[in-house]
Design a protein around this ligand. Structure first.
Ligand SMILES: Nc1ncnc2c1ncn2[C@@H]1O[C@H](C[S@+](CC[C@H]([NH3+])C(=O)[O-])CC(=O)[O-])[C@@H](O)[C@H]1O
Ligand SMILES: O=C(O)C(=O)Cc1ccccc1
Length: 244
């Protein structure tokens, strides 16, 4: 999907005022480039979505991709499983994201039974599902709302269903700055300037608040997930598989 993306230069010139980050048209236009250069492990996690679905999904199951952006995780599943194998709803809050995802998925997975819907994962209807993906999305909710959203996902999952939860994480006490510094080095190595890194950091400050990995596991245990394993971590980005 990188070929449809403009290069991300949104924070490359000095801004008089850095406003809160939002998933508007300008972000949508450069999103594949932005996320690839900003999120360590993004390609590995999204491409494993298909592998995980192939292992854990019962035939004909329903999948939810919540905070789907341009549908990279959904597309990964379509590349591994045929159209008879599952139905899927991909949901995102941003209308421009939804509009573009709909076009891309219609083009790249025309046979698959996919619906792309605009909705808020805090209150949209969640049909019963065998697999729920929530990749790099919980981090954009107010921390006080996260327990309730994870409870909603748990309630929507069939017994034995799987939750794929990926997030930016805060290092454990004493380890925070090491991971943050290395993440900034990762971005620098991917062509972002110090100005871009610092302005985007300001834009995200009140909008994206990471939890510790231990907080995620405590929340999943408390909600009732029988098993929850961190299967991937690359710097301060991690992914968990949880089973109902
Ligand atoms: N309350 C909400 N309800 C629904 N969507 C939301 C909400 N809040 C934010 N979003 C949406 O969550 C997505 C987060 S990006 C996910 C990447 C994707 N999963 C991927 O695998 O490519 C991650 C990132 O940009 O770091 C955006 O598209 C928001 O509009
Ligand atoms: O860019 C960052 O620093 C991030 O942590 C990830 C990110 C990626 C894409 C949109 C918003 C945040």
């Amino acid at each position: 999907m990188t070929d449809v993306s403009r290069r991300d230069a949104l924070f490359s010139t000095p801004l008089d005022q850095v406003t809160d980050f939002s998933f508007d048209e300008r972000v949508v236009d450069c999103f594949p480039d932005m996320i690839r250069r900003s999120v360590p492990g993004y390609a590995q996690i999204t491409s494993m979505a298909g592998v995980i679905a192939a292992r854990h999904l019962s035939p004909g199951a329903h999948i939810l991709d919540l905070g789907c952006s341009l549908g990279a995780s959904t597309l990964s599943i379509c590349q591994r499983l045929g159209p008879e194998a599952f139905t899927l709803q991909a949901i995102d809050l941003s209308q421009p994201m939804v509009d573009k995802a709909r076009g891309l998925l219609a083009q790249q997975a025309p046979e698959h039974r996919i619906e792309v819907l605009q909705g808020d994962i805090r209150d949209c209807p969640l049909p019963r599902a065998g697999m729920i993906m929530v990749n790099f999305t919980l981090q954009f909710l107010d921390p006080s709302e996260r327990d309730q959203v994870i409870q909603r996902l748990y309630d929507a999952l069939m017994p034995g269903g799987v939750l794929l939860l990926s997030e930016k994480i805060l290092g454990e006490p004493g380890q925070e700055s090491l991971l943050i510094d290395l993440h900034h080095d990762f971005k620098r190595a991917n062509g972002y300037s110090d100005l871009e890194i610092s302005q985007k950091r300001t834009a995200l400050e009140d909008v994206m608040i990471p939890d510790r990995l231990s907080t995620h596991h405590e929340r999943l245990a408390h909600t009732g997930f029988t098993r929850h394993d961190t299967w991937f971590q690359y710097l301060n980005f991690a992914s968990i598989l949880a089973f109902k």
